[in-house]
Write a protein that binds this ligand. Structure first.
Ligand code: CO
Length: 178
């Protein structure tokens, strides 16, 4: 990886967060640089996933890295940098407490598929098809939602969404992120 720079994370309700991103054509040096900057921004903000939309890019780019966690028996993923990721199949259901770097301070339970099969291009433009479950499947769905312009509160029923957004606004004021 070359020089990396931190990007500014957009907070909800920034309109780019609710706008679908576009497919990336060629995976070139410019795209690789963006992928590295997204990864750097994710590390610096202690996230386990970050999508293009969250740093103001309407390009289908996603970085994920789940670190090792021996206590919870989680085996780390290493850095995954995905271009044009797409879910092909999803099955079963899991409920998981999620956070999001674009919603500082908000944690909500979200129901998602517990297993997914997806396709993406890596940083060299090589096509991969992988199957994942558990935490990685959850993070993949959360990040792929971002590039579709969907945010995690959109999975809540209207009443719960309203309540979550109210809580988020209050937390945001306390944290001085307004
Ligand atoms: Co997020």
């Amino acid at each position: 990886m070359g020089t990396m720079s931190e990007m500014k994370i957009l907070y909800y309700p920034h309109e780019i967060l609710t706008t679908p991103a576009k497919d990336v054509g060629e995976v070139d040096d410019e795209i690789r640089k963006l992928l590295d900057d997204i990864a750097e921004t994710m590390y610096l903000n202690k996230g386990i996933g970050l999508a293009g939309n969250q740093v103001g890019l309407l390009k289908k780019l996603v970085c994920i890295e789940i670190p090792d966690n021996e206590e919870q028996g989680i085996k780390g993923t290493g850095l995954l940098q995905m271009v044009n990721p797409k879910i092909l199949e999803a099955g079963d259901e899991i409920e998981f407490q999620e956070g999001c770097l674009s919603f500082p301070g908000l944690y909500i339970d979200v129901k998602r598929a517990s297993e997914v099969t997806l396709e993406y291009l890596d940083r060299d433009g090589k096509l991969h098809r992988i199957h994942s479950d558990g935490l990685l499947a959850v993070v993949i769905q959360h990040e792929i939602d971002h590039i579709k312009g969907i945010v995690f509160v959109d999975h809540l029923v209207p009443k719960a969404k309203k309540r979550a957004l109210k809580e988020y606004e209050q937390t945001k004021h306390k944290m001085g992120n307004n």
